[in-house]
Design a binder for this molecule. Structure first.
Ligand SMILES: Nc1ncnc2c1ncn2[C@@H]1O[C@H](COP(=O)(O)OP(=O)(O)OP(=O)(O)O)[C@@H](O)[C@H]1O
Length: 261
């Protein structure tokens, strides 16, 4: 069994409709995955299962060796780094960037009465430095641009040294410069031998950072294909996934682009 994520014939049904349908997937600690698919394909639902935020209707989901439904998710969640639009909404706008990142140690949003260790403070400053956020440490989260907020969310997700990092559309809504800077930071993170397994969701092959090793293409809640990235990102697979004739180009620097034919 894969040591990070293992899904066996998993379905999630809402209003009698399967929004994930018979998904089987294994993720190892050494792998960095991208999940691609059109709007409504079920990507965020898949990530919510991996983040132990959701239980499957059918099938089994094992996260970091713990089977959902048979484990205390409140003990499991601190081992998972998760950044998504939903986690963004939970961060109070009045919180400083430093506190936003540091409160991750206590799996809370919003500083209250926790007492922080010096080690937490040092770790938070190190993470802010790595994600080019030092100058924002005392700024409040609500005053940041979209790109800065995305970086803070990722910094918060990795503050606790998670065993798996899950990122839902980390570069959505960013301008070109902010997207490229973020992709460079993600590539540098993903290429570290000390980084945990990474799973990121995106709509665009242009948003896949260098260093991603595996890909899953999802359409209508079902896996079109999954495996090593270069084998997954083919014209035929992308065309089937997105429902338009697509041509994908693998660039020499490890990035991808795609356009309709
Ligand atoms: N609680 C729910 N009740 C009913 N339908 C839901 C629920 N949650 C999600 N869905 C539906 O399930 C489908 C998959 O949603 P999901 O957010 O996982 O897709 P996605 O691939 O992440 O989409 P997007 O790219 O647009 O963010 C969508 O059609 C969505 O409307």
């Amino acid at each position: 069994m894969a040591d990070v994520l293992s899904l066996s014939d998993v379905s999630v049904v809402r209003n009698t409709r399967p929004i994930l349908d018979g998904v089987t997937w294994e993720v190892d600690a050494s792998q960095r995955w991208v999940v691609l698919g059109p709007n409504g394909a079920g990507k965020s639902t898949l990530l919510a299962l991996a983040a132990a935020q959701l239980h499957p209707t059918r099938g089994t989901v094992t996260v970091l060796g713990e089977q959902l439904g048979r484990t205390d998710v409140f003990e499991l969640r601190p081992r998972i780094g998760f950044a998504s639009t939903a986690t963004d909404r939970r961060i109070p706008g009045s919180e400083t960037v430093l506190d936003t990142v540091m409160t991750a140690s206590y799996a809370v949003s919003g500083r209250w009465n926790e007492s922080y260790e010096d080690a937490d403070l040092k770790r938070a400053h190190d993470v802010l430095y790595d994600w080019h956020l030092e100058e924002f440490a005392e700024r409040t989260f609500g005053t940041l641009s979209d790109g800065e907020r995305k970086r803070v969310q990722i910094a918060r997700a990795i503050m606790t040294d998670p065993e798996v990092l899950l990122l839902d559309e980390p570069s959505a809504s960013l301008d070109l410069g902010a997207r490229e800077r973020l992709l460079r930071s993600l590539a540098s993170y993903a290429s570290s031998p000390y980084a945990p397994a990474v799973v990121m969701v995106t709509h665009h092959v242009e948003e896949i950072p260098v260093g991603i090793t595996h890909g899953m293409l999802l359409r209508d809640g079902a896996v079109v294909t999954a495996g090593p990235l270069a084998e997954t990102l083919t014209d035929v697979n992308l065309t089937e996934t997105f429902g338009v004739n697509l041509h994908v180009t693998a660039h020499e620097d490890g990035r991808y682009s795609a356009r309709a034919t």
